[in-house]
Write a protein of this length. Structure first.
Lengths: 215, 215, 215, 215
C-alpha cells in the first residue's frame, strides 16, 4: 500500500479536458511542484476549481498564463490580470462563486450531500438561474455539489498512509478537495512513517489520498 | 468452529490490503482476527477515528478511546481522530470500501432491517442508516436463521434501515449476492446441502453456475 | 474577558423547559460534572439533543432516570433501558435520527445553512412527513437545522479564551454543538493560559465558547 | 490626520473587548492600530484562522501564515487554525460580531456593492458576500466620495454583494446608520457642515436628534 509516486507519474494522471481541483489560497498551500510539472507537460483544456488563480508567475496562475485552462471556477481572480483578460476576451470561461459557498459545495460533494442551502447570494447576480427554497420563512439558494476528476493538494507533512498535516494557513481548501475528487494526489513537504503525525493533527485522513509526491 | 467464527472467517476474505472498512457491533468486530497475512484494513470507528487497533489489556484501558460500542480500543500507527460530522462525511460520502453489519432481516431486493422492532425493541439506528446508505459495499454478516426462523426474506417486514443497499450476505450456511434477479447463492458450507440452505431461506435462491464451497 | 465560572454559575444558566445539547458518545466526552450538578439541581422539562442517552448510572442517562427530560433527540437509546421504558409508557418523547444526519443538522444550524440534503433515510420511517428533493436525478431528504438554547460540552484542555482541544474519541458531537447554541459552556479537564494549546490542535475556536467550568 | 486614519480611528470605537471581527483588505486592516487600551479583538482571517497578530518584521516572515490578502502576518497567543469550510461556518453562521469592509457603493436600504464593475473590473467576491451576509454587524468603512462622486446612493447601480445587510457607514465626513427610514446621520466630522455632508451624499440623510461630533 505504498502511495508514493514520482512527479512524472503524478502529472501523467492529469489528462487534457479534465476537471482539476487545486488547493491553496493566493498560492499559500498550493502544490507548486505539481503545477510546475503540469505547465511543463502542457496538458490543456483543463477546468480548474480553486479559491483563486494565484499570480501570473506563482501558483495556479501559471497554468492560466500558459493557456492550459478552458474554464475556471473560483472566488477571486483579481490578483491575476491574465485571468481577467482571457475572460474579457472570451477565451476562458470564469465562474465566480462566494468563497463560503465554494467551500461548502466541495464539502457537500465529498460528504454525499445533495446540495448546499445557503442564504448567501440572494439578491445578487450569484442567484441568477438557481433554485431557491423557503425554509421556515427564510429564503435559501440551492447550490449544487462540486466535484472533480482529480484533486491536487499540498500538505506540510504526510505519512505513508496518506494522512496529511497542514501547517498554519496552508489548510484552506486542501482538506475539502481531498474528499471530492475521484483521484487525490498530495504534494508532501515531508513524508514520514505511519505514526509520524500525531493522530490529533491529521487534517486529512489517509483514506482520502491516493498518491503522494514529494515536493 | 461455531457459526460466528465461520461467518467472520469468510467475511475476512472480502478485503484487500488498505481497504477502509467499518465493522458493526458484535460479530463483525471478529473479522479482523481472520484477515490474511499482508492485508491491513483501515478500520473506522464512527464515533470519531480511523485506525482501530486491538483491544488493550486492562492496564492500558483509556476511556477517552472507545469504539462505537463504548468498548475501549487502541489505535494503530497512522490513525486519525475527527468529529462526528467528518466521520459521517467519510461514511455518507462513499469513502468506505465496505461496511459489515448484522441484520434482523434482509430481503431479496437488498433491503435491510436492523434497527427496531416496533412496540418491542427500539434501540435506534445509531450510525447504521448512514453506513448502509453510504458504504461502497454493504456486507450482511449474520446467522442464517433466528431460532429456526428465516431472516433472509422475500420482503422485510420490519422498518428498513436502508432500501436496496445490501451487496452480499454471509451466513454460516453460505454466501449470497443481491442481484437484479434476486439472491444468487455463490458459495455454500459443505456441512449443508443446497436444499437445506433454501429450506432455511424464505427468499428464492438462484444457484450460481460457479457455485463453490465456502472453505 | 475571563470566561471561567463556577459550577453553580454554570448550572444556573440551564432553566426548566430549555433545549440543551450535550456532547459525548456513550458518555465518552460528556460534561459529567455539569450533568451531575444538573441532576442535583433538579431542573426539569428539558429537551435533550445528544448522540445517545448514555447509561442509567453514567452520563446523560442520569437526567433521564431522574425524570428531568421531556423530550430526547438522539441516534441511539439502546444502552439506557430507562429511556425506552419512559418512551413506551408515553412519559417522554423520543425522536430518533440517523447519526450522520444529526451531526449535519447541528453543523448546519451552526454554519448558517438552511438545511441538510441527505440520501440517508429514504425508504425508511425517518423519511415520513419530510420534504424530498430530486437533484440531478437522485432523491434527497430535506432535514432541518437543529439548534439549542444551551450546549454543554466537554474538552480535554481549554485555554482562557475558550479554545478547546479534545483528546482521542472525546471529540464526537462536541465541536458541532459548540457552534449551534445560544450559549455554550465547556467543562474543561484542564484550563491553560492563552497559547497553552498549539493553534493546530484547537478543535473549537474560542469565539464559540461563552463559559468555562473546571471539571 | 488623513481621511483613512479618521475612518479607522472611528471604526475602532465600535468594538468591545473580545469581539470577533473580520476586517476587509485595505483601510479596515488599519483599525486594530486604534482600538483603545484593554480592548483585545479576536481577528479572523477567512483563509483559515482566528487571532491575527501584527505583521512580522522581515526576518520573521513565514509564507505559510498570510492573511486573506496574501500578506504575511503573525498570530496572537490563543489562535486557532482551520479549513475554509470551518472558516465560513463561522462567518455564515453569524458568529462574527462584526465585519468591516470597503465599498464601491452603498445605499439607503443597506445594500452594498463592492465586488465588480461589469465589463471593467471583475475581481470576484472572494469572501465578501459571506461576510456581509453573515456577520452580526456590517460596518462599511470608506471615503465618503470617489473622485468627488457620491458613493452613498439612493440605490446601488452596481451588482450587489448583499442586499440590506449594512448596519453602519463610517466615512471621513461622518457616521450614518441604516434604519428602516433610511440613513440617519448620527455623528459628523466638525471639519464639515451637515450641509456639506448631505451635498456629498446622493441618499437623503436624516439628521439624528442626538447628532454629535465624531471626535
Amino acid at each position: 500500500m505504498d502511495k508514493q509516486i514520482s512527479i512524472e507519474e503524478a502529472v501523467a494522471q492529469v489528462k487534457d479536458g479534465m476537471t482539476v481541483m487545486i488547493g491553496g489560497f493566493l498560492a499559500c498551500g498550493s502544490p507548486h511542484r505539481i503545477i510546475d510539472a503540469l505547465v511543463q507537460k502542457g496538458v490543456k483544456d483543463l477546468t480548474i476549481i480553486a479559491n483563486d488563480t494565484g499570480f501570473i508567475d506563482k501558483g495556479i496562475g501559471k497554468l492560466v498564463v500558459n493557456g492550459q485552462v478552458k474554464k475556471v471556477v473560483a472566488t477571486h481572480i483579481g490578483t491575476n490580470k491574465e485571468t481577467g483578460r482571457l475572460m474579457n476576451e472570451g477565451k476562458m470561461e470564469v465562474v465566480l462563486v462566494p468563497q463560503g459557498t465554494l467551500a461548502e459545495q466541495i464539502r457537500a460533494a465529498g460528504a454525499g450531500l445533495g446540495g448546499v442551502l445557503t442564504p448567501i447570494g440572494i439578491g445578487t447576480p450569484v442567484a441568477e438561474g438557481k433554485d431557491q427554497l423557503v425554509i421556515d420563512g427564510k429564503t435559501y439558494l440551492l447550490e449544487k455539489p462540486v466535484k472533480a476528476d482529480i484533486a491536487l493538494i499540498a500538505g506540510t507533512k504526510v505519512d505513508v498512509k496518506g494522512n496529511v498535516f497542514y501547517r498554519e494557513a496552508t489548510q484552506n481548501f486542501n482538506p475539502l478537495m481531498a474528499t471530492a475528487a475521484d483521484l487525490v494526489i498530495v504534494e508532501a513537504g515531508e513524508v514520514v512513517e505511519a505514526g509520524g503525525i500525531d493522530p490529533h493533527l491529521v487534517m486529512t485522513p489517509g483514506l482520502f489520498v491516493d498518491y503522494i509526491v514529494k515536493a | 468452529m461455531d457459526a460466528k467464527e465461520i461467518i467472520a472467517r469468510r467475511v475476512a476474505q472480502e478485503f484487500k490490503d488498505g481497504d477502509a472498512v467499518n465493522l458493526g457491533i458484535g460479530l463483525p468486530t471478529m473479522v479482523p482476527n481472520f484477515v490474511e497475512e499482508g492485508v491491513e484494513l483501515q478500520l473506522q470507528s464512527e464515533n470519531g477515528f480511523m485506525g482501530i487497533g486491538p483491544e488493550p489489556d486492562e492496564a492500558h484501558v483509556d476511556m477517552d478511546l472507545v469504539n462505537a460500542g463504548g468498548i475501549p480500543v487502541t489505535v494503530v500507527p497512522g490513525a486519525a481522530f475527527f468529529d462526528s460530522a467528518a466521520s459521517f462525511g467519510i461514511i455518507r460520502g462513499g469513502h468506505l470500501d465496505a461496511t459489515v453489519l448484522g441484520a434482523l432481516q434482509v430481503d431479496e431486493e437488498g433491503n435491510l432491517a436492523n434497527w427496531m422492532i416496533p412496540g418491542k425493541l427500539v434501540p435506534g439506528m445509531g450510525g447504521a442508516m448512514d453506513l448502509v446508505g453510504g458504504a461502497k459495499r454493504v456486507i450482511v454478516a449474520m446467522t442464517h436463521t433466528a431460532k429456526g426462523s428465516p431472516k433472509i426474506l422475500k420482503k422485510c417486514t420490519l422498518p428498513l434501515t436502508a432500501a436496496k443497499k445490501v451487496s452480499r450476505i454471509v451466513t454460516e450456511m453460505g454466501v449470497m449476492d443481491v442481484t437484479p434477479q434476486g439472491l444468487l447463492l455463490i458459495e455454500y458450507n459443505p456441512e449443508y446441502t443446497v436444499e437445506q440452505i433454501q429450506a432455511a431461506t424464505e427468499a428464492k435462491l438462484t444457484v450460481s453456475s460457479q457455485l463453490k464451497k465456502m472453505f
